[in-house]
Write a protein that binds this ligand. Structure first.
Ligand code: PGA
Length: 224
């Protein structure tokens, strides 16, 4: 049985209070699920919720890992509003870089994204690097690549497992040694069809990670 990698992406959702409520509700669900040898489970939260998320996980004794959704491409210094790698490292184990929403709305370029990966690796953060296809450049040092077709994000439409598998396999040929996951409207109902495919190592659910019960159902379904 392959070991799965599942990262929930909360995007710009949840206050600190909502974060604590999520963790409490998730912790009360049975079976109790966390990261183990079979599954790495990460919640990628907004910067403002990272500390509350980390503390609440410790309090509830839940073994989920914490991820951020962005990192500054620069080191510490006069960069107003930026959060650098050293600051993140105190709060997170992982970071998402290159999500299509940031490529679109913040106009992040391939060059800037590779600087961000270098900054994350300099402080030993794990990197989940998002790409919309098999051709987009993948910087050195990335740990996990998430294939996310833009038209499937938040639309309720998914790529077919067969095509997603083909794209993930092409990505693996280009970036040897990385794990490759699929993202785009993943739910508890369709997750198994993706993770059953030989080249898909896990998933990156957005909407389905916001509700603790739905996310828990997704994890249970993925492990079947
Ligand atoms: P979605 O988002 O699951 O809501 O489609 C996935 C993502 O953007 O990472």
């Amino acid at each position: 049985m392959k070991s799965l990698f599942i990262a929930g992406n909360w995007k710009s959702n949840k206050t600190q209070k909502e974060t604590k409520d999520w963790v409490r509700s998730f912790g009360a669900l049975v079976p109790r699920i966390g990261s183990d040898a079979h599954m790495t489970v990460i919640i990628c939260a907004p910067f403002t919720a990272l500390s509350a998320l980390k503390d609440a996980m410790v309090r509830e004794n839940i073994q989920l890992l914490v991820g951020a959704q962005n990192i500054s491409s620069r080191d510490a210094g006069a960069f107003t509003g930026e959060i650098n790698g050293h600051q993140l490292k105190e709060l997170a184990d992982w970071v998402i870089i290159g999500h299509s929403e940031r490529r679109t709305y913040q106009r992040e370029t391939d060059e800037e994204l590779s600087q961000k990966v270098a900054m994350a690796k300099a402080v030993s953060l794990g990197v989940i690097f998002c790409v919309p296809d098999a051709q987009t450049p993948i910087p050195q040092g990335v740990d996990v690549v998430a294939y996310e077709p833009v038209w499937a994000i938040g639309t309720g439409k998914t790529d077919t497992p067969k095509n997603a598998n083909a794209v993930c396999s092409q990505i693996k040929e280009r970036a040897s040694g990385v794990r490759v996951i699929y993202g785009g409207s993943v739910t508890d109902e369709n997750v198994l069809t993706f993770v059953r495919e030989s080249s898909i190592d896990g998933v990156l659910p957005g909407g389905a990670s916001l509700d603790p019960e739905k996310f828990h159902k997704l994890l249970v379904a993925a492990g079947e």
